[in-house]
Design a protein. Structure first.
Length: 110
């Protein structure tokens, strides 16, 4: 979109199916790098990917060329395939349905 300027910061959070502690320290950095590639491949600005064994947290700037739900669906689907292809867990890895998305300004106003 020509002549469009946005500065939309979003924190996205999503969980492992059943909130199981499946994201292990020995491969989480590879997962975060893969997610970084997905976000950058969608021409979005990534600030940080981090998490705990059952959740992922992503802080990004969202450009208006893509809907947030499309971006998150792409991240979750491709990262699940990435994990399953490497057999990092016993059984099939899945993310829980849905996600949370928050503007960081909310945290500053509390």
């Amino acid at each position: 979109m020509a002549n469009t300027y946005t500065q939309i910061y979003i924190q996205v959070i999503f969980a492992v199916q059943g909130r199981q502690n499946l994201i292990r320290n020995d491969w989480k950095d590879a997962l975060y790098k893969y997610i970084t590639g997905i976000v950058k491949g969608q021409n979005q600005k990534l600030y940080i990917v981090n998490g705990i064994p059952n959740h992922i947290y992503i802080l990004l700037s969202l450009r208006p060329a893509i809907a947030l739900s499309d971006l998150v669906r792409n991240i979750k689907a491709n990262s699940s395939k990435f994990i399953n292809k490497r057999d990092w867990i016993r059984g099939k890895f899945q993310w829980q349905e849905g996600f949370g998305a928050f503007s960081p300004i909310v945290f500053l106003l509390r």
